[in-house]
Design a binder for this molecule. Structure first.
Ligand SMILES: N[C@@H](CCC(=O)N[C@@H](CS)C(=O)NCC(=O)O)C(=O)O
Length: 336
């Protein structure tokens, strides 16, 4: 990441696509690939939620890196012996260097690794979830929602574009701003966009159409981090999420929908931001708050109509090894 006067994201991704027809050399194949994530990261969390909503767990395995990384990249320090049990590596950089020993761009999550070769295939986070929806369709669970329906793609793309610019990446532009002006600009755009989204969601349960879509997944991953990290650590403090009634109810509604809140690890989120960005939090103190119990309060949005899964069904609980540990979530967490 490049920080400084005007924070800009390094967008030179490894953009090879895994497709149903394998036209880029990597066909969709059950068991062949491993999705590497951190539950702290909003971009990776999109993929965690989409994989779960679509029921791809049996065909696309998942590695969860520890929340705190250093310049040597994400580490599998939550796993026995500090190694990912499938890839056999300690750090994500090993999979990037297996592809290209001279690799000098961001070693980021989410990434999908080709298990037989141990090489990263893609870290193109924006494309990755859309491909899980479209290219992996043959492996979706029965009752999986269509998160990127053809008829709504233009509208979803348009919402995603402004949400990315002003909200998903906007909080980073505010938090990593190196000048007062850059911060003020990002701050202004962020809260103006949140107001506009709030107006859009006042009478409409979801962002596009009357079921959950990719657009909701992308807005959710930023909203769920808002009070825990963006409000304080990134100085996005005109209002807390809990002070924006429509967005707060919308976020709670999604949080309580299987596949969203049950993937959220507040402990990883708070430790990642406050410990990794030691330039903006040099003491390394991780805040004790906020109180998370409000996430379970009734949201009252069912009366707006809409059905989260349309004609489909919610996903069953995650496999025990993929549940968020107790104490990291107001939902209780842990194996059932
Ligand atoms: N690669 C994308 C999104 C993924 C991303 O930024 N992931 C972060 C975590 S939230 C990451 O892996 N950072 C590691 C690093 O930059 O060293 C980007 O930079 O725009």
């Amino acid at each position: 990441m490049n920080r400084g006067r005007d924070y800009s994201r390094d967008t030179r991704y490894l953009a090879t696509r895994i497709t149903a027809d394998g036209r880029e050399g990597f066909p969709v194949e059950p068991g062949r690939y491993r999705l590497v994530v951190s539950r702290a990261c909003p971009w990776a969390s999109r993929a965690v939620t989409v994989r779960r909503l679509l029921g791809l767990e049996p065909v696309l395995s998942m590695a969860i890196a520890g929340p705190v990384h250093d310049e040597r990249s994400w580490a599998f320090d939550l796993d026995p012996g500090g190694r990912d049990p499938v890839l056999g590596i300690r750090r994500l950089r090993e999979a990037y260097l297996a592809l290209d020993p001279g690799y000098d761009k961001g070693i980021t999550v989410p990434a999908i690794v080709d298990v037989p070769s141990g090489r990263v295939v893609t870290n193109d986070f924006a494309r990755l979830t859309l491909d899980l929806s479209s290219e992996w369709r043959a492996h979706h669970r029965p009752g999986a929602p269509d998160l990127y329906p053809t008829a709504l793609r233009d509208e979803i793309d348009a919402v995603n574009a402004v949400v990315y610019e002003d909200v998903n990446n906007g909080v980073y532009r505010a938090g990593f701003a190196g000048t007062q002006e850059a911060y003020a600009t990002a701050f202004g755009h962020l809260f103006a966009r949140l107001e506009q989204l709030s107006a859009r969601l006042e009478d409409s349960r979801y962002l596009v159409g009357d079921t959950i879509t990719e657009a909701d997944v992308r807005l959710f991953t930023t909203l769920v981090r808002f009070d825990a990290v963006y409000h304080g650590h990134f100085k996005c403090n005109r209002r807390k999420l809990t002070e924006m009634p429509v967005l707060w109810a919308y976020a709670r509604d999604l949080f309580q929908t299987p596949g969203f809140g049950d993937t959220v690890d507040f402990d990883h989120i708070k430790r990642h931001y406050h410990l990794v960005h030691d330039d903006i939090n040099p003491t390394g103190i991780v805040p004790a708050g906020p109180d998370l119990s409000g996430w379970l309060e009734p949201h009252g949005r069912a009366s707006l109509g809409g059905r989260p899964f349309g004609a489909g069904t919610p996903p069953p609980p995650a496999p025990p090894e993929e549940r968020v540990p107790p104490g990291h979530t107001p939902l209780g967490g842990g194996p059932a």
